[in-house]
Design a protein around this ligand. Sequence first.
Ligand code: FES
Ligand SMILES: [Fe+2]
Length: 330
Amino acid sequence: MLVTQERRLRDFWYAVMPILELKSGPKPFVLLGEKIVLWLDQNGQPAALQDRCCHRSAQLSRGFVENGCVVCPYHAWEFASSGACVRMPQLAEGRTVPKNYTVPAFKCQERYGYAWVSLGDPLVDIPLIPEAQDSAFRQIDCFNETWNTSSPRVVENELDMAHFAAVHRGTIGNKDVPLPLTYELIDRGPSSLHLCSEISVCAPAQQRKNIRSQQEITTREMNVTWFAPFVIRLNLTYPSGLRHIIINHPTPIDDSHIQVLQFHFRDDTEADTSKAELIAFERKILDEDKYVLESTDPNFPLDKGNEAHMVTDRAGFMFRSKLQQLLSLV
Ligand code: FES
Ligand SMILES: [Fe+2]
Protein backbone atom coordinates (compact mmCIF):
# COMPACT_ATOMS: atom_id res chain seq x y z
CA MET A 1 0.00 0.00 0.00
CA LEU A 2 1.21 3.47 -0.90
CA VAL A 3 -0.68 6.12 1.03
CA THR A 4 -1.19 8.56 -1.87
CA GLN A 5 -2.87 5.80 -3.94
CA GLU A 6 -5.54 5.22 -1.28
CA ARG A 7 -8.24 7.85 -1.83
CA ARG A 8 -10.11 6.62 1.25
CA LEU A 9 -7.27 7.92 3.46
CA ARG A 10 -8.44 11.44 2.59
CA ASP A 11 -11.56 10.71 4.68
CA PHE A 12 -9.78 10.96 8.04
CA TRP A 13 -8.41 13.68 10.30
CA TYR A 14 -4.68 14.31 10.59
CA ALA A 15 -2.81 16.66 12.91
CA VAL A 16 -0.44 18.63 10.72
CA MET A 17 1.24 21.29 12.87
CA PRO A 18 1.06 23.10 16.22
CA ILE A 19 -1.35 26.07 16.17
CA LEU A 20 1.50 28.21 17.52
CA GLU A 21 3.30 27.92 14.17
CA LEU A 22 0.42 29.72 12.48
CA LYS A 23 0.71 32.82 14.67
CA SER A 24 3.43 34.20 12.40
CA GLY A 25 1.50 33.82 9.14
CA PRO A 26 0.38 31.20 6.62
CA LYS A 27 2.35 27.95 6.50
CA PRO A 28 2.61 25.20 3.87
CA PHE A 29 2.12 21.49 4.49
CA VAL A 30 1.89 18.44 2.24
CA LEU A 31 -0.78 15.96 3.32
CA LEU A 32 -1.16 12.70 1.38
CA GLY A 33 0.65 14.35 -1.52
CA GLU A 34 -1.72 17.36 -1.52
CA LYS A 35 -0.07 20.77 -1.09
CA ILE A 36 -2.09 22.81 1.41
CA VAL A 37 -1.80 26.20 3.09
CA LEU A 38 -2.89 26.75 6.69
CA TRP A 39 -3.52 30.02 8.51
CA LEU A 40 -5.56 31.50 11.34
CA ASP A 41 -8.84 33.15 10.32
CA GLN A 42 -10.46 36.23 11.91
CA ASN A 43 -11.65 34.09 14.86
CA GLY A 44 -8.19 32.65 15.47
CA GLN A 45 -9.33 29.28 14.08
CA PRO A 46 -7.13 27.34 11.64
CA ALA A 47 -8.20 27.17 8.00
CA ALA A 48 -6.83 25.08 5.12
CA LEU A 49 -6.94 25.53 1.34
CA GLN A 50 -5.13 24.04 -1.60
CA ASP A 51 -1.81 25.87 -1.75
CA ARG A 52 -2.30 27.17 -5.29
CA CYS A 53 -3.88 30.44 -6.29
CA CYS A 54 -6.64 30.16 -8.92
CA HIS A 55 -5.19 33.18 -10.78
CA ARG A 56 -1.61 32.29 -11.78
CA SER A 57 -0.99 29.31 -9.46
CA ALA A 58 1.30 31.02 -6.94
CA GLN A 59 1.61 29.36 -3.54
CA LEU A 60 -0.70 31.11 -1.09
CA SER A 61 1.55 29.97 1.78
CA ARG A 62 4.12 32.51 0.52
CA GLY A 63 1.62 35.29 1.08
CA PHE A 64 0.31 36.82 4.26
CA VAL A 65 -2.86 37.12 6.35
CA GLU A 66 -5.16 40.13 6.36
CA ASN A 67 -8.66 40.44 7.81
CA GLY A 68 -8.65 36.69 8.51
CA CYS A 69 -8.03 35.92 4.82
CA VAL A 70 -4.93 34.48 3.20
CA VAL A 71 -3.55 36.96 0.66
CA CYS A 72 -1.77 35.73 -2.46
CA PRO A 73 1.80 37.08 -2.69
CA TYR A 74 1.55 37.59 -6.48
CA HIS A 75 -1.38 40.02 -7.03
CA ALA A 76 -2.84 40.19 -3.51
CA TRP A 77 -6.16 38.47 -4.16
CA GLU A 78 -7.70 37.57 -0.79
CA PHE A 79 -9.18 34.16 -0.02
CA ALA A 80 -11.54 33.31 2.86
CA SER A 81 -11.51 29.97 4.67
CA SER A 82 -14.38 28.86 2.38
CA GLY A 83 -11.92 29.11 -0.52
CA ALA A 84 -13.81 32.00 -2.12
CA CYS A 85 -11.83 34.94 -3.46
CA VAL A 86 -13.38 37.82 -1.53
CA ARG A 87 -11.20 40.70 -2.74
CA MET A 88 -9.27 41.56 -5.90
CA PRO A 89 -7.44 44.89 -5.54
CA GLN A 90 -7.49 45.30 -9.36
CA LEU A 91 -11.29 45.06 -9.66
CA ALA A 92 -12.98 48.14 -11.13
CA GLU A 93 -15.29 50.10 -8.82
CA GLY A 94 -18.74 48.51 -8.50
CA ARG A 95 -17.64 45.13 -9.89
CA THR A 96 -17.84 41.96 -7.79
CA VAL A 97 -15.45 39.02 -7.76
CA PRO A 98 -16.70 36.23 -10.08
CA LYS A 99 -18.23 33.42 -8.00
CA ASN A 100 -16.08 30.74 -9.62
CA TYR A 101 -12.84 32.39 -8.49
CA THR A 102 -12.23 29.90 -5.71
CA VAL A 103 -9.57 27.59 -4.34
CA PRO A 104 -10.51 24.10 -3.00
CA ALA A 105 -11.06 24.27 0.77
CA PHE A 106 -10.47 21.49 3.29
CA LYS A 107 -11.95 20.78 6.71
CA CYS A 108 -9.71 22.12 9.46
CA GLN A 109 -10.04 22.47 13.23
CA GLU A 110 -7.95 22.95 16.36
CA ARG A 111 -7.59 20.12 18.90
CA TYR A 112 -4.98 19.57 21.62
CA GLY A 113 -3.08 22.62 20.40
CA TYR A 114 -2.68 21.31 16.85
CA ALA A 115 -4.33 22.06 13.51
CA TRP A 116 -6.11 18.94 12.22
CA VAL A 117 -7.08 18.63 8.53
CA SER A 118 -9.24 16.25 6.54
CA LEU A 119 -9.05 16.36 2.75
CA GLY A 120 -12.41 14.54 2.41
CA ASP A 121 -15.39 13.54 4.56
CA PRO A 122 -14.08 12.18 7.87
CA LEU A 123 -15.33 8.66 8.67
CA VAL A 124 -14.46 9.02 12.36
CA ASP A 125 -13.85 11.92 14.72
CA ILE A 126 -10.48 13.04 16.04
CA PRO A 127 -9.50 10.59 18.83
CA LEU A 128 -10.67 11.60 22.28
CA ILE A 129 -7.85 12.02 24.80
CA PRO A 130 -9.48 12.31 28.26
CA GLU A 131 -6.23 13.48 29.89
CA ALA A 132 -6.36 16.66 27.78
CA GLN A 133 -9.37 17.76 29.87
CA ASP A 134 -8.03 16.44 33.19
CA SER A 135 -6.35 19.07 35.36
CA ALA A 136 -4.25 16.36 37.05
CA PHE A 137 -2.27 16.09 33.82
CA ARG A 138 0.11 18.47 32.10
CA GLN A 139 0.63 18.39 28.33
CA ILE A 140 4.17 18.31 27.00
CA ASP A 141 4.67 18.89 23.28
CA CYS A 142 7.74 16.86 22.46
CA PHE A 143 8.42 16.33 18.75
CA ASN A 144 7.45 17.72 15.35
CA GLU A 145 9.79 16.50 12.62
CA THR A 146 9.95 14.86 9.20
CA TRP A 147 11.05 11.24 8.70
CA ASN A 148 11.75 9.22 5.57
CA THR A 149 9.30 6.38 6.09
CA SER A 150 5.57 5.70 5.84
CA SER A 151 2.84 6.16 8.46
CA PRO A 152 1.70 2.51 8.70
CA ARG A 153 5.26 1.34 9.39
CA VAL A 154 5.37 3.63 12.44
CA VAL A 155 1.93 2.52 13.67
CA GLU A 156 2.90 -1.14 13.38
CA ASN A 157 6.12 -0.47 15.28
CA GLU A 158 4.10 0.98 18.16
CA LEU A 159 2.04 -2.22 18.25
CA ASP A 160 5.16 -4.40 18.19
CA MET A 161 6.05 -5.59 21.69
CA ALA A 162 9.13 -7.45 20.45
CA HIS A 163 10.98 -4.40 19.16
CA PHE A 164 12.05 -2.92 22.51
CA ALA A 165 14.66 -5.54 23.36
CA ALA A 166 16.45 -5.00 20.03
CA VAL A 167 15.70 -1.46 18.79
CA HIS A 168 15.93 0.14 22.23
CA ARG A 169 18.84 -1.90 23.61
CA GLY A 170 20.76 1.38 24.10
CA THR A 171 18.07 2.86 26.36
CA ILE A 172 15.13 0.91 27.82
CA GLY A 173 15.35 -2.42 25.97
CA ASN A 174 16.07 -5.51 28.05
CA LYS A 175 17.90 -7.78 25.61
CA ASP A 176 17.55 -10.74 27.97
CA VAL A 177 13.74 -10.66 27.70
CA PRO A 178 12.90 -10.58 23.97
CA LEU A 179 9.20 -11.39 24.41
CA PRO A 180 6.49 -9.45 26.24
CA LEU A 181 5.56 -10.86 29.68
CA THR A 182 1.83 -10.61 28.96
CA TYR A 183 -0.12 -9.88 25.78
CA GLU A 184 -3.86 -9.22 25.44
CA LEU A 185 -5.27 -7.96 22.18
CA ILE A 186 -8.74 -6.38 22.16
CA ASP A 187 -10.83 -5.67 19.07
CA ARG A 188 -12.43 -2.23 19.41
CA GLY A 189 -14.50 -2.23 16.21
CA PRO A 190 -13.73 -1.14 12.66
CA SER A 191 -11.41 1.76 13.43
CA SER A 192 -9.66 0.94 16.70
CA LEU A 193 -7.84 -1.77 18.60
CA HIS A 194 -6.26 -2.03 22.00
CA LEU A 195 -3.23 -3.97 23.15
CA CYS A 196 -2.48 -4.48 26.82
CA SER A 197 0.98 -5.84 27.41
CA GLU A 198 3.67 -5.89 30.07
CA ILE A 199 7.28 -5.76 29.04
CA SER A 200 10.49 -5.95 30.98
CA VAL A 201 12.52 -2.76 30.54
CA CYS A 202 15.81 -1.35 31.72
CA ALA A 203 15.80 1.98 33.47
CA PRO A 204 19.03 3.97 32.99
CA ALA A 205 19.71 6.75 35.51
CA GLN A 206 17.74 9.49 33.73
CA GLN A 207 14.80 7.17 33.20
CA ARG A 208 14.84 6.11 36.87
CA LYS A 209 14.41 9.76 37.78
CA ASN A 210 11.77 10.32 35.11
CA ILE A 211 9.64 7.36 36.22
CA ARG A 212 10.41 7.60 39.97
CA SER A 213 11.93 4.14 40.15
CA GLN A 214 14.98 2.83 42.01
CA GLN A 215 15.25 -0.35 40.01
CA GLU A 216 17.47 -0.84 37.02
CA ILE A 217 15.11 -3.47 35.61
CA THR A 218 11.42 -2.74 35.88
CA THR A 219 8.11 -3.68 34.31
CA ARG A 220 6.30 -1.34 32.02
CA GLU A 221 2.58 -1.87 31.58
CA MET A 222 1.69 -0.70 28.11
CA ASN A 223 -1.86 0.03 27.06
CA VAL A 224 -1.61 0.83 23.38
CA THR A 225 -4.64 2.06 21.47
CA TRP A 226 -4.74 2.49 17.72
CA PHE A 227 -7.19 4.97 16.18
CA ALA A 228 -7.66 4.82 12.41
CA PRO A 229 -5.79 5.47 10.41
CA PHE A 230 -2.53 6.53 12.10
CA VAL A 231 -2.93 7.75 15.68
CA ILE A 232 -1.38 5.79 18.56
CA ARG A 233 -2.06 6.44 22.23
CA LEU A 234 0.38 4.82 24.64
CA ASN A 235 -0.78 4.69 28.21
CA LEU A 236 2.20 3.77 30.35
CA THR A 237 2.01 2.90 34.02
CA TYR A 238 4.98 2.16 36.21
CA PRO A 239 5.25 0.53 39.66
CA SER A 240 5.62 4.04 41.14
CA GLY A 241 2.05 4.83 40.05
CA LEU A 242 3.13 7.54 37.63
CA ARG A 243 0.84 7.82 34.62
CA HIS A 244 2.35 8.80 31.33
CA ILE A 245 0.38 9.03 28.09
CA ILE A 246 2.14 9.44 24.76
CA ILE A 247 0.26 10.46 21.62
CA ASN A 248 2.32 9.49 18.63
CA HIS A 249 0.95 10.59 15.30
CA PRO A 250 2.90 9.86 12.11
CA THR A 251 1.06 12.13 9.67
CA PRO A 252 1.37 11.00 6.03
CA ILE A 253 3.12 13.63 3.90
CA ASP A 254 3.51 11.35 0.89
CA ASP A 255 4.38 7.73 0.15
CA SER A 256 7.75 7.85 1.88
CA HIS A 257 7.68 10.87 4.21
CA ILE A 258 5.84 11.49 7.44
CA GLN A 259 5.58 14.30 9.95
CA VAL A 260 6.07 12.83 13.41
CA LEU A 261 3.96 14.73 15.92
CA GLN A 262 4.36 13.52 19.47
CA PHE A 263 2.87 15.02 22.62
CA HIS A 264 2.67 13.64 26.13
CA PHE A 265 0.46 13.89 29.20
CA ARG A 266 1.82 13.16 32.70
CA ASP A 267 0.29 13.41 36.14
CA ASP A 268 3.46 14.81 37.70
CA THR A 269 4.94 18.30 37.79
CA GLU A 270 7.79 20.21 36.23
CA ALA A 271 9.54 19.98 39.63
CA ASP A 272 9.31 16.16 39.51
CA THR A 273 10.57 15.84 35.94
CA SER A 274 11.44 18.84 33.85
CA LYS A 275 10.22 19.06 30.28
CA ALA A 276 13.87 19.30 29.16
CA GLU A 277 14.82 16.10 31.01
CA LEU A 278 11.83 14.22 29.62
CA ILE A 279 12.47 15.35 26.06
CA ALA A 280 16.18 14.56 26.29
CA PHE A 281 15.47 10.95 27.19
CA GLU A 282 12.53 10.50 24.80
CA ARG A 283 14.77 11.92 22.05
CA LYS A 284 17.13 8.97 22.43
CA ILE A 285 14.26 6.48 22.28
CA LEU A 286 12.74 8.17 19.24
CA ASP A 287 16.07 8.23 17.42
CA GLU A 288 16.37 4.48 17.95
CA ASP A 289 12.96 3.95 16.33
CA LYS A 290 13.77 6.39 13.53
CA TYR A 291 17.05 4.63 12.72
CA VAL A 292 15.28 1.35 12.03
CA LEU A 293 12.00 2.65 10.58
CA GLU A 294 13.74 4.78 7.95
CA SER A 295 15.31 1.55 6.68
CA THR A 296 11.98 -0.24 6.18
CA ASP A 297 10.10 -0.40 2.87
CA PRO A 298 7.57 2.47 2.88
CA ASN A 299 5.33 0.36 0.65
CA PHE A 300 3.29 -1.34 3.38
CA PRO A 301 1.55 -4.70 2.79
CA LEU A 302 -2.02 -4.76 4.10
CA ASP A 303 -2.03 -8.55 4.28
CA LYS A 304 0.73 -11.01 5.11
CA GLY A 305 2.47 -9.95 1.90
CA ASN A 306 5.81 -11.59 1.23
CA GLU A 307 7.16 -10.76 4.70
CA ALA A 308 8.02 -13.33 7.38
CA HIS A 309 6.15 -13.21 10.70
CA MET A 310 6.28 -14.21 14.38
CA VAL A 311 3.97 -14.54 17.34
CA THR A 312 4.20 -10.91 18.50
CA ASP A 313 2.96 -9.66 15.11
CA ARG A 314 -0.66 -10.39 16.05
CA ALA A 315 -1.50 -6.77 16.85
CA GLY A 316 0.13 -5.69 13.58
CA PHE A 317 -2.06 -8.15 11.70
CA MET A 318 -5.21 -6.83 13.33
CA PHE A 319 -4.12 -3.30 12.35
CA ARG A 320 -3.44 -4.40 8.76
CA SER A 321 -6.77 -6.14 8.36
CA LYS A 322 -8.80 -3.27 9.86
CA LEU A 323 -7.00 -0.74 7.70
CA GLN A 324 -7.58 -2.89 4.64
CA GLN A 325 -11.31 -3.05 5.39
CA LEU A 326 -11.54 0.69 5.94
CA LEU A 327 -9.72 1.43 2.70
CA SER A 328 -11.98 -0.89 0.71
CA LEU A 329 -15.20 0.77 1.95
CA VAL A 330 -17.16 2.20 -0.95
S1 FES B 1 -1.34 34.46 -8.77
FE1 FES B 1 -2.51 34.81 -7.00
S2 FES B 1 -3.34 36.76 -7.27
FE2 FES B 1 -2.27 36.38 -9.11
FE1 LIG C 1 10.13 2.06 19.80
